[in-house]
Design a protein around this ligand. Structure first.
Ligand code: DAR
Length: 369
């Protein structure tokens, strides 16, 4: 039943990597308890055949445990022949000044985030309610130290019933509306199938700095999503603040799940390596036909090793006037500084294409600011 449905998915959904690389002989060679673990990893892609990846790990050791299968999936997704550990490098050696691309980019919406997990806890797909609350309490102790640091001072808000930092449903809804806090994940069928939204809202919360440019999500797709966002022109700014924050957290007793050859271990294999997504919001009215069509831009961006999203995140459409979110696709076998430079160069390339693009664009779209 299970293997025959995988075969059906493989035929009907060829882009589903979970199914594409499934090997029945390998699966049958596993002990029953390991087969159960692997089936749980594959559950999201099994229940959602339209998945691109379809796999979420439940424990950091599952990548090595099932490497004969998973490494093929990972190499296919990340377009590498084999997986080698790439050392972290946050040295940018030079200013990534967006106004050198175009003076109008002086106040761009820039964002960079990393996913991080802590090895001594199961990953979100397999956490119990007690695990989730225990992890949140570990983070609350670290947030108390962040609050004392003028570079990161802020506050922690929790969704956990009875937590001393608990906020109301109205306050939560307001933070989601302001695109600061993450949504209830039960609305994401891929994450829900994997159990990543389990025990909602226990163990979920957000640290946010006074200037609201530094945020840590607790209990979303990974244990932590550490992000910096700001409007400005110097791309370096967001990377250096993020690096400082990660160093601060690590020097206060938290070590992140990191192992060869993968790098930082994440729930989803698409984020392995740096687990970094760096993005810029930019208006590309001509390349998106006033925001009506992302497909041409996505095709062009793929050649440049860039990903395109709408302005409201994964699976969203372009904003008015062609506002899109551009990010380098690479996460694995690339360094943080290379991602920053790929973003900078990618924005420059798309901007040049936008300028020479000949499609007719309504004046009002170009006037949108
Ligand atoms: N729909 C899932 C998304 C995978 C990549 N995005 C993440 N991890 N947020 C899929 O497997 O296609």
């Amino acid at each position: 039943m299970f293997t025959s449905k995988i075969e059906k998915i493989r035929k009907e959904y060829p882009h589903n990597l979970m199914a594409r690389h499934f090997d029945t002989a390998y699966f049958n060679s596993l002990e029953k308890n390991q087969q159960d673990k692997l089936q749980r990893m594959m559950k999201s892609g099994f229940e959602n055949p339209d998945s691109e990846m379809g796999i979420y790990a439940g424990n950091v050791d599952e990548y090595s445990l099932f490497s004969p299968y998973l490494n093929n999936v990972i190499c296919d997704y990340h377009q590498v022949k084999n997986i080698r550990l790439k050392e972290s490098n946050w040295d940018f050696s030079g200013d990534l000044d967006l106004t050198s691309i175009d003076p109008s980019l002086s106040n761009s919406s820039m964002r960079v985030r990393v996913g991080r997990n802590v090895a001594r806890f199961p990953l979100p797909a397999s956490m119990s309610q007690d695990d989730r609350v225990a992890f949140e309490n570990v983070m609350i102790d670290i947030f108390k130290k962040l609050i004392e640091n003028p570079l990161f001072g802020g506050r922690y808000v929790s969704l956990t019933p009875g937590c001393e930092y608990e906020i109301s449903n109205e306050q939560y809804a307001q933070l989601v509306a302001e695109h600061k806090m993450f949504k209830d994940m039960s609305g994401d069928r891929y994450l829900a199938s994997a159990g990543i939204n389990g025990n909602w809202p226990y163990g979920r919360g957000m640290y946010i700095s006074e200037d609201e440019q530094f945020i840590i999500w607790v209990g979303e797709e990974d244990h932590l999503r550490v992000m910096v966002m700001k409007h400005g022109k110097m791309l370096n700014d967001i990377f250096s603040r993020l690096h400082d924050a990660l160093l601060f957290i690590e020097t206060h007793g938290l070590s992140f799940a990191y192992s060869a050859p993968y790098g930082f271990i994440t729930s989803c294999p698409t984020n392995l390596g740096t687990a970094m997504r760096a993005s810029l919001h930019i208006m590309l009215p001509k390349l998106t036909n006033n925001g009506q069509d992302l497909n041409n831009l996505k095709t062009m961006a793929k050649v440049l090793q860039l990903s395109v999203r709408g302005a409201d995140g994964e699976h969203s459409q372009a904003g008015k006037g062609g506002l899109v979110d551009i990010s380098p696709t690479a996460r694995l076998m690339v360094s943080e500084s290379e991602i920053a430079k790929k973003l900078y160069q990618g924005i420059n390339d798309l901007w040049q294409f936008e300028k020479i693009c000949k499609t007719n664009v309504t004046e009002d779209a170009l006037s949108v600011k």
